[in-house]
Design a protein. Structure first.
Length: 363
């Protein structure tokens, strides 16, 4: 039995509309491969690392230069924050402050998370490019990897383009880099196109004599509670670190892992606990590799000095948890470490973690 002509036309229009929506979604969104080369930029002849030299590494989630004067829509459970974007003034002031801290600390390798590129919420800035323009004399080498990119996101609090990167700056030569896709939360096919696609940005820095330092930059998922996403991201990262260990490589990993150390979950206000698991997925990796801060530091009497996250939630009066870490190879000799809290509380909702090491001498 055939459908009446008006119904056939209506069905055809519906199918054509659906096809156009699918084609538009495909054109506006981004589907990175599991592994791909990441572009490296080095200005001029850049010296390699030297065996046995001191090495200073910083990891910092700079919250897309948004500053601390807003409560953004995603900052409160339920997505009820009032603000959708920082002002242009906020972006300029925060850029100045990030540059000030980096010039003051002068780390050799900087692992930055939440750098925007062509996002409506931050005036379509290329924030890594802005930092390179201000810091090119200190950091001649850099590499980057997107972990969120779309020409338009139809979320009512976004309604525009998004672009978010990992960025690694180096005072020493970066020979090559690659982007490794982390596991994503389970989702339907349409939603998956607009999701963040978190990654590991792996940079290879030559050390004179044939060795190399592998510097890994990452930002784990923040909205995956109730799923096994965090565990799968930890397992993939741990597998990479174990492979580097087996190959006798020198490495350092830094980033916003969005994982609490043991003991901090119980200290959080009830409303803030929903972001995390009571038994942190961090523990297995933290017991396998040296870490800054260590589990003892982040869970001990002086743990407040190792807090790295200052929520934008108005209920928070200061840093109240540890989410950012440096993990490192036993081939590195640790010298000193800290979370720079004294003058960074108004820059981002995360604080920079800094570690100083000696590279191994040639054998």
């Amino acid at each position: 039995m055939s459908l009446p002509r008006p119904l056939r036309l209506l069905l055809l229009v519906a199918l054509l509309t659906l096809a156009m929506l699918l084609a538009l979604t495909y054109a506006l969104t981004w589907r990175p491969p599991p592994q791909e080369e990441a572009a490296v930029s080095c200005n001029g002849q850049v010296a390699p690392l030297q065996p046995g030299q001191a090495l200073k590494v910083m990891t910092w989630n700079v919250q897309y230069l948004a500053g601390k004067r807003h409560v953004f829509w995603y900052d409160l459970p339920g997505g009820d924050g009032p603000d959708e974007r920082p002002s242009s003034e906020d972006l300029a002031l925060t850029l100045d402050e990030v540059v000030r801290v980096l010039r003051d600390e002068q780390p050799d390798v900087v692992l930055l998370q939440e750098l925007h590129d062509n996002a409506k919420a931050s005036d379509y800035q290329d924030q890594l490019g802005l930092l390179q323009a201000r810091l090119g004399d200190l950091y001649p080498c850099s590499t980057q990897a997107f972990y969120w990119k779309a020409g338009f996101v139809p979320h009512p609090r976004i309604l525009g383009s998004v672009g978010m990167k990992l960025g690694t700056l180096s005072r020493f030569q970066i020979a090559r880099a690659e982007r490794l896709q982390l596991p994503m939360p389970e989702s339907d096919l349409l939603r998956r196109q607009f999701q963040l696609k978190r990654a590991l940005l792996v940079s290879y820095l030559p050390i004179r004599g044939g060795d190399e330092l592998v510097a890994i930059n990452t930002h784990f998922d923040a909205f995956a509670q109730g799923t096994d996403t965090m565990q799968r991201q930890v397992e993939m990262t741990d597998a990479l670190l174990q492979q580097l260990q087996n190959d006798d490589k020198t490495w350092v990993l830094g980033g916003d892992l969005n994982l609490l150390p043991p003991g901090q979950f119980q200290r959080l206000p009830e409303a803030q606990r929903s972001w995390y698991a009571p038994d942190s997925e961090l523990q297995a990796m933290a017991r396998r590799y040296p870490m800054i801060p260590s589990l003892q530091q982040a869970s001990g009497e002086d743990q407040a000095s190792w807090y790295t996250h200052y929520p934008n939630d108005p209920a928070a009066s200061g840093p109240d948890r540890t989410l950012d870490y440096l993990l490192y190879s036993p081939r590195l000799t640790p010298l000193a470490s800290l979370v720079r809290q004294r003058d960074t509380l108004s820059i981002s909702d995360h604080l920079p973690v800094i570690g100083r090491f000696f590279l191994p001498n040639q054998e």
